[in-house]
Design a protein around this ligand. Sequence first.
Ligand code: FMN
Length: 138
Amino acid sequence: MTQSALMQLAYISDCQSGITPAAVAGIHQQAKRNNALNNVTGVLLTTDKHFMQLLEGEPQQVEQTYQRIRQDSRHTNVRLIFSRNTTQRQFPNWHMGLKHSLDQAEHSDLLAIINMYGQREHFSDQQADAINLLFSAL
Ligand SMILES: Cc1cc2nc3c(=O)[nH]c(=O)nc-3n(C[C@H](O)[C@H](O)[C@H](O)COP(=O)(O)O)c2cc1C
């Protein structure tokens, strides 16, 4: 059987100011529920200021999910980091993994990197690759 084409998409956005852990938990629940139905997987990273998310699945499902996410008022300034075809999922078992970068000391590097990328409007291929590596390390 041939492997169907998959899409991987990553973005970074600015959290709505004062977003609470309960609100993030609500987003996570909603994401898990919808993504299980749409066979979308990935990971959501959160810091005080930014969300960074990797979405993967069938192209149409990933696109539709991303369009809904972009319009969500719980964050602003949603910037695409990359969107590419692939044949393999990086997070096949996570309908949406959640990482609070601030929870663990070992994630302080991650936090620094996200905050650095959080200043950017556009991403070069090299930066996109670096961010993909970051996701792979999770
Ligand atoms: C940072 C962030 C990440 C989100 N991630 C997802 C996601 O992975 N999948 C999803 O369906 N909705 C996600 N959402 C929620 C969507 O923006 C939208 O509210 C939801 O898909 C609407 O679904 P519903 O009409 O079934 O409630 C996310 C929202 C935010 C702010």
